[in-house]
Design a protein around this ligand. Structure first.
Ligand code: FAD
Ligand code: DLZ
Ligand code: SF4
Length: 510
């Protein structure tokens, strides 16, 4: 009797801990496509296609290595539709000596797994996911006893620990952070590289047909599907990024441009989060590009910080603070998510562009997520859980451990500052500075009030007025609060009324 080894849809890595010490003659790998995972949030069609196609390719790869794979497809008539049901059926089929899995990327699934040993009456070995720079325990150890958690401190420790971009004990270039150089607006006519995309092969095409059939009314289109679904494609995507975009990644990291959704971003998050690429190899490859003179330090440090810093930090936050973290709502926000997050029907061009890109590519880059859709949700006081479920649904790279802290902690400040030192709240001036959206907008970014005024302007001040009790003590907000103090009481009330009137015109979404 061999072991049953479960591999989930975001565990598509040859060296997965659940596959270590596998006995190809006796053990069976179980992979299951289940309706429950496609429906617990209303995922974008491309996200379901990505996961299922990558799973099918990975199963083929394992078989080529001589490993037995029991693969249950979504349209298998016997499929029960859940992990619980399919693991139970597979145990009845194979009668294994035990079940081996790697810890999942979601609290919900971890809770499910915790009941399996009892439910199925066999030994269950849940192993650490060692694909990350920092284990869950490593983060806890760092966090323990610290009063405030800040990504920058964690990141420096990780740089030292993993020797990335280090010169002995000091950061290369004499600084830990080159962010100040990474806030340029994209000049008009700037050359943008054509990014390598991966048109559907026969496996992906079959999954697209399946998803269009099973989930026809889901948000998003599949016509532009271009995500890597194999390790080979993911390596080609990495190569493409290093060769064509990394050098300018830093300079234009915060820039936004209509009709240019990708700019110089890596587009690697879906491959990283499914396990087709590892964070270590990606960071090392970027470091090598700097050492070989192919990319400047501000670009490479900025890129490495996103992965070695932010990605690891948010994972630590998620696993340290769950399950309570899902319920945080420090600012008491409760407005329903406006329908335009799904339909894109709004006169605010920045938001229209962000939703259009999201629908077409299951992607928008970080600043669009943070400073457009996220900033609006923050200023409008959207219920944190509603906006959080939206982000989990609509992006190809969305996995709860990374999505939830980014949304609740970074975008809408619902954790009251556990993750970020201040809310990323901004008026229209920020969006105007960093993009070309305002030029073609029905609203005027220079107007502060009135029917043509950019809504971000009065929403920003109304947000500060409304949340004064929670935010006035934040030293990083001292300046805008001093400005507000110079306003008359009547002016503050007018601003609140205007914001309320605008928000009252927004229909709730589904
Ligand atoms: P690049 O800009 O090229 O960055 C390089 C890599 O760094 C990314 O691939 C990613 O792995 C990592 N990275 C960058 N920023 C972050 C960050 N803030 N947190 C964690 N990793 C980061 N990222 C996800 O992978 N999944 C999500 O579900 C997700 N949800 C988000 C929700 C909100 C509200 C916000 C503000 C950010 C979210 N992010 C998420 C982080 C970031 O926006 C995406 O990782 C990035 O846009 C993916 O595109 P890219 O691969 O081109 O990234
Ligand atoms: C996102 C997703 C989807 C849509 N479908 C599946 C699936 O059918 N089978 C599977 O193993 N995983 C799927 N996933 C990814 C899981 O939701 C993910 O593994 C868990 O949330 C744990 O991170
Ligand atoms: Fe967005 Fe305001 Fe600019 Fe319009 S004017 S694109 S609403 S920031």
């Amino acid at each position: 009797m061999g072991m049953l080894r479960l591999v989930l849809g975001d565990q598509l890595t040859a060296g997965m801990s659940s596959l270590a010490d596998i006995d190809p003659a006796a053990d069976v790998v179980l992979m299951v496509e289940v309706t429950e995972e496609a429906t617990y949030v209303a995922h974008h069609k491309q996200k379901i296609v990505l996961v299922l196609s990558a799973m099918r390719h990975f199963a083929d790869e394992l078989r080529r290595r001589g490993i037995m794979v029991d693969y249950v497809a979504l349209d298998d008539p016997a499929n029960t539709g859940s992990f619980d049901g399919e693991v139970g059926r597979a145990i009845a089929r194979h009668r294994p000596a035990g079940l081996i899995a790697t810890e999942p990327g979601e609290w919900r699934v971890q809770q499910m797994m915790a009941g399996w040993a009892t439910a199925f009456g066999l030994p269950v070995d849940i192993r650490t996911d060692d694909r990350f720079f920092a284990s869950r325990d490593r983060f806890r150890c760092w966090a323990q006893g610290r009063r405030g958690w800040r990504m920058e401190h964690f990141y420096r420790e990780m740089r030292r620990e993993h020797g990335l971009l280090m010169d002995g004990d000091e950061p290369v270039g004499g600084r830990w952070n080159f962010d100040a150089e990474n806030r340029k607006r994209l000049p008009a006519g700037m050359f943008l590289p054509r990014r390598r995309r991966f048109p559907p092969d026969t496996v992906t095409a079959a999954v697209i047909a399946l998803v269009e059939d099973r989930f026809p009314s889901r948000f998003g289109t599949t016509g532009d599907f271009g995500w890597p679904v194999t390790r080979a494609d993911a390596l080609a995507a990495l190569d493409d990024f290093l060769g064509s975009a990394l050098a300018r990644f830093g300079d234009y990291q915060d820039a936004m441009a209509a009709d240019s959704p990708f700019l110089y971003h890596s587009l690697l998050a879906p491959a990283l989060n499914l396990g087709l690429l590892g964070p270590r190899e990606v960071c090392r490859a970027a470091e090598a590009a700097w050492r070989d003179g192919r990319a400047p330090l501000n670009a490479v440090e900025g890129f490495v910080r996103q992965i070695l810093g932010w990605r690891e930090y948010v994972r630590g936050i998620y696993w340290t603070l769950m399950p309570g973290y899902a319920e945080v709502n420090a600012l008491g926000a409760g407005r329903p998510l406006p329908a335009f997050y799904w339909t894109g029907e709004t006169r605010m061009r920045c938001l229209r562009e962000a939703v259009a890109t999201t629908r077409r590519h299951a992607y928008s880059h970080h600043i669009q997520r943070l400073m457009v859709t996220g900033n609006f949700a923050l200023l409008a006081g959207i219920a944190p859980r509603e906006i959080e479920r939206w982000y989990l649904a609509v992006y190809a790279d969305a996995v709860e451990w990374v999505e939830m802290p980014n949304t609740l902690g970074m975008a809408v400040f619902a954790d009251g500052g556990r993750m970020a030192s201040k809310p990323y709240a901004a008026s229209g001036a920020y969006i105007d500075r960093m993009s070309d959206f305002c030029d073609g907008c029905a609203y005027d970014v220079r107007q502060k009030s009135g029917p043509r005024a950019c809504p971000f302007n009065y929403l920003y001040w109304a947000f500060l007025i409304r949340n004064r009790p929670a935010l006035a003590g934040n030293a990083r907000l001292a300046m805008p609060y001093r400005t507000l103090d110079r306003w008359s009481e009547a002016a503050r009330q007018r601003c609140l009324d205007e914001a309320e009137a605008f928000l009252g015109t927004l229909a709730g979404g589904d």
